[in-house]
Design a protein around this ligand. Structure first.
Ligand SMILES: [Zn+2]
Length: 405
C-alpha cells in the first residue's frame, strides 16, 4: 500500500472535531483542587482510542492523573515508536483578557482557539488521528506504533518519569514529541537547571550588623556572579544554530525565607533561584561544578555565611539527536511525502517530556508538532487548522517510514 493511500485515510473533519473536544475539556492542574486534573480529558482520550480499536493501556501515575496509551501493530517483534503528547495545560489566567473563551474550542477563520489548542491538544489529536488512519488503512507495520497522552508535562513531568519505569517505556525505540514547533523537525532542545541557592548567616539587630552575619550580602554577591557563570557556560556548551546560547537568569529572591520581614532585623537565611538554560555539550557534573564555583565565590565575599544549592526537579540536560538517526531520516522523508515541502529544522527553547525520555531511556527523540512556537501559555492561544492537518500527515508518513514492514 502506498503512503498516499494511507494519508487519504486521515479524516480532517474528525481531527478538527477531536481537537476542539479536547480543548473544551479543561485540564489545568490546580493544587488543592482534587478535581482539577487531567482525569476528564484522559478519559475522553481513552474512550476515543477504544472506539478506534487500539490496544489501550492506562497507567495511574497519581490519583486522578492517568497516562493513557493506545497501540497498534506488532508487539512481538520490531521497533516501537511513540507519538507523545501531554493532556495537562497551563492556567488560562485572567479569562477577561481573552477575546474568545479559553475553553470554547472556537473554530474561526481556519484557527482553533483556546488554552491547549497549540500546547498541545492539537498535537495529541493529530497523533491520535494519525494512528487511527494507519489502523483503518489495514497496512501492516514492521513494529509497534503507540500514541501516548501523558500527565504533568507543565509540572514536574511525573507522567514521563513514570513511563520510563514501565515495561512499555523500556520497550520504546524512539519517540516523536508532538509539541508546538510549527511542524519543524527539532533535533535539539535546550536544557534547564533550577539552581535554588540557600544562604545561611546569623540573625542580628539591623543597627548592629557586626553582631551577625548578613546572608543578603552573600546573596548579592551571588547575583553579581550570575553573568560570569553565564559566560563560563556559554564557553562550555556547544554553539547551536537552532538554540539560543545558555542563559543564567535569577527568577526568585527571598529574604527572610521564613517568618516576618522586619526593617531592623538581619534575617538568618536568604534564598535565590537561578534559572539556568543550557545547550548540548557538557554533562551534568560539569554544569554542577560551575554553579558550585559561583556559590563558592559568593561565600568568600561574605565571611561567616554558608552558601549551598540544589537542583529543583533535578538536572534536565539539553538534548540532541544526529541527522543520521533512522527516526530523523524517516521524518525528513515523511515531511516531503506529507507536505510536498523540504523539511525545516529547528530547536526547542525549553525542556519537554522528550527531555526525560531522551536522558532516562537514551532513545532518540524528535520534537515536531502543530502550533506557533511562541504561542504557548499566551492569551488567545490558537492553532492553524492547516498546520494541524499537516502534522497528522507528517506523523502518518514518518511512522510508516520508521516502521516499514
Ligand atoms: Zn507542551
Amino acid at each position: 500500500m502506498r503512503t498516499s493511500d494511507v494519508l487519504s485515510r486521515i479524516d480532517e473533519g474528525d481531527l478538527i472535531g477531536l481537537t476542539r473536544d479536547l480543548v473544551r475539556i479543561p485540564s489545568v492542574v490546580r493544587a488543592g483542587q482534587p478535581d482539577a486534573t487531567e482525569a476528564a480529558v484522559a478519559a475522553h482520550v481513552e474512550r476515543w482510542m477504544r472506539e478506534q480499536g487500539f490496544h489501550v493501556e492506562v497507567h495511574e501515575v497519581a490519583p486522578g492523573r492517568p497516562n493513557v496509551f493506545g497501540a497498534i501493530g506488532d508487539t512481538s517483534s520490531g521497533p516501537t515508536l511513540l507519538l507523545e503528547g501531554h493532556t495537562d495545560v497551563v492556567t488560562e489566567g485572567d479569562a477577561s483578557l481573552w477575546s474568545r473563551p479559553p475553553f470554547g474550542g472556537e473554530l474561526v477563520d481556519g484557527r482553533i482557539y483556546g488554552r491547549g489548542s497549540a500546547d498541545m491538544k492539537s498535537g495529541l489529536a493529530a497523533a491520535m488521528a494519525a494512528v487511527a488512519a494507519i489502523k483503518r488503512s489495514g497496512v501492516s507495520l514492521g513494529g509497534r506504533l503507540v500514541v501516548g497522552a501523558l500527565v504533568d508535562e507543565e509540572g514536574d513531568m511525573i507522567g514521563a518519569k513514570h513511563l520510563c519505569t514501565t515495561p512499555l517505556g523500556r520497550a520504546l525505540t524512539a519517540a516523536i514529541i508532538c509539541e508546538p514547533e510549527q511542524n519543524e523537525l527539532c533535533l535539539e532542545q535546550r536544557g534547564v537547571v533550577w539552581a535554588r541557592v540557600t544562604v545561611r548567616g546569623r540573625m542580628a539587630h539591623g543597627a548592629m550588623p557586626e553582631a551577625g552575619v548578613n546572608p543578603i550580602t552573600a546573596l548579592g554577591a551571588l547575583l553579581r556572579e550570575a553573568p560570569a557563570l553565564e559566560r563560563r557556560l556559554r564557553k562550555l556548551c556547544k554553539r547551536s544554530p537552532y538554540l539560543r546560547p545558555p542563559t543564567v537568569t535569577p527568577t526568585v529572591v527571598l529574604a527572610p525565607v521564613q517568618g516576618v520581614p522586619q526593617s531592623n532585623v538581619i534575617p538568618s537565611m536568604a534564598q535565590a533561584t537561578l534559572d539556568v538554560r543550557l545547550t548540548p555539550g557538557p554533562d551534568a557534573e560539569t554544569i554542577g561544578k560551575e554553579i558550585d564555583l559561583a556559590c563558592q565565590r559568593a561565600m568568600e565575599a561574605c565571611p561567616g555565611a554558608t552558601v549551598e544549592w540544589h537542583a529543583v526537579n533535578g538536572y534536565r540536560m539539553a538534548t540532541r539527536v544526529e541527522r543520521e538517526e533512522p527516526l530523523v531520516k524517516a521524518m525528513m522523508k515523511g515531511v516531503r511525502q506529507a507536505t510536498g515541502r523540504a523539511p525545516t529544522f529547528g530547536g526547542v527553547p525549553g525542556s519537554t517530556d522528550g527531555t526525560i525520555l531522551r536522558t532516562t531511556l537514551g532513545i532518540p527523540i524528535v520534537t515536531c508538532g502543530p502550533g506557533h512556537r511562541l504561542i504557548p501559555h499566551q492569551v488567545d492561544e490558537y492553532v492553524e487548522v492547516s498546520e494541524l492537518v499537516d502534522a497528522a500527515r507528517i506523523y502518518v508518513a514518518s511512522a510508516l517510514n520508521f516502521l516499514e514492514a
